[in-house]
Design a binder for this molecule. Structure first.
Ligand code: APR
Ligand code: ZN
Length: 371
């Protein structure tokens, strides 16, 4: 039987280091071996997209932005086994290779074979071209700010059809990173005290994770009253404005320090201040991603003398295939109010305005709906 596979056209939000952000038509090839075509129904606007746009992370090739999305599988390429046409899926940006030693050890978030961080499909190719036939590359192996994406099947996690696409989209990055930082990376014991610095999509997810496991107190820190109000709704017991309080001194004076300090901005000066927030033996968790090449300084005597720890956290130390279904179950059981994270729902071509709002810390997590 001969199957004719057709390419499709689609608008996309692109970033070129010489021309900046744009919305342009692109061409999307048919799915190749082990690949699927997914119609995007919702895609979140994350600070990791902004890191590219504002130059924190240099983009060495033209990109289709977006890496936090959910949609419906419309076509499968040869040798796709685990998912089918019609499945609703979350796209996970850290598509693991499944063959390296970290994958074998169950640490897919440390996969050394993934091409996601090189912004290509697993075979080093791209499915996207612009109207001049020039290649456009999928950001973090996905490039979801468009109508129709080609991704490896390993990037797709099937979700129940009753799960709203907006919630599914946020499960692709911010929620899994934030809740995972608490339960996987830090393994916070019940009753621990914790502070969360930065209450964007990731920080608010950390707060939800802390509430879920029974941390107390949960202290939320941000510059925006809107974010702090939401943090309190989601479980923060104390809220602090970083521009009004010296947070490390306040935490030492009021609580004798906290057991866990999560940084969810990626800002060097707040990262540097984490050890001063901790009790003896406390743990700082670096969840926010700093600009490429930045350096932070710590007091090594304090760290050694006080037995303090610093943990790096990528993607909440999550295995998407294991952790996303668990989070879906908790949401559907009413135990994790993930819908509370959703901010403005906007058409795809408003991505530049949504990124501008994110830059100014305005509003909750924006979701783009391509069609
Ligand atoms: N002190 C406290 N809060 C701050 C400060 C500061 N000095 N500066 C910014 N913030 C707050 C902003 O008001 C915002 O609410 O930090 C929050 C950052 O949230 P978002 O911009 O929505 O970022 P998010 O998508 O949550 O990602 C956070 O995690 O995965 C990484 O790359 C991602 O580095 C980014 C981080
Ligand atoms: Zn993200």
């Amino acid at each position: 039987m001969t199957i004719t596979r057709k390419s499709v056209s689609s608008d996309a939000v692109t970033f070129r280091s010489d021309a900046g952000l744009g919305v342009e038509p692109i061409h999307v090839t048919a799915p190749g071996r082990g690949q699927i075509r997914v119609e995007i129904r919702a895609t979140g606007v994350c600070h990791s997209d902004l890191h590219i746009v504002n130059g924190d992370w240099p983009a060495d090739k033209p990109l289709v932005l977006g890496h936090e999305a959910a949609g419906i599988i419309r076509e499968t390429g040869p040798d796709v086994a685990a998912v089918s046409v019609g499945d609703h899926v979350v796209l996970s940006w850290f598509a693991p290779c499944g063959r390296c030693t970290n994958c074998a050890a169950g640490r897919a978030w440390l996969c050394t074979g993934t091409k996601a961080l090189e912004n290509t499909l697993p075979d080093g190719s791209t499915a996207y071209t612009d109207t001049d036939g020039q290649a456009l590359w999928p950001y973090l192996g996905l490039g979801t700010f468009t109508h129709s994406v080609i991704v490896p099947e390993a990037a797709a996690i099937t979700i129940p059809k009753e799960l709203p696409f907006e919630v599914g989209a946020l499960l692709g990055c911010s929620i899994t990173t934030g809740v995972g930082a608490v339960v996987n990376t830090a393994k916070v014991p019940i009753g621990s005290s914790a502070v969360v610095i930065g209450c964007g999509g990731v920080g608010l997810s950390i707060i939800m994770g802390l509430k879920l496991i029974g941390a107390n107190p949960i202290i939320a820190v941000d510059l925006s009253d809107e974010k702090l109000t939401k943090a309190a709704e989601l479980g923060a017991t104390v809220t602090l404005r970083a521009d009004q309080v010296d947070v490390p001194s306040h935490l030492q004076e009021s609580y004798g320090g906290v057991d866990f300090a999560f940084e969810a901005i990626g800002r060097v000066s707040t990262i540097e201040s984490l050890p001063r927030m901790l009790v003896r033996g406390g743990t700082a968790v670096l969840v926010g991603m700093a600009a490429a090449g930045s350096r932070a300084s710590i007091d090594p005597f304090d760290l050694a003398d006080q037995g303090k720890n610093i943990l790096g956290c990528n993607y909440g130390s999550s295995v998407a295939k294991i952790d996303i279904p668990k989070l879906v179950n908790l949401y559907l059981a009413g135990l994790l109010p993930l819908g509370e994270l959703i901010g403005q729902i906007r058409p795809l071509d408003e991505a530049p305005a949504a990124l501008e709002d994110l830059h100014h810390g305005k509003g909750l997590r924006a979701i783009l709906v391509p069609s």
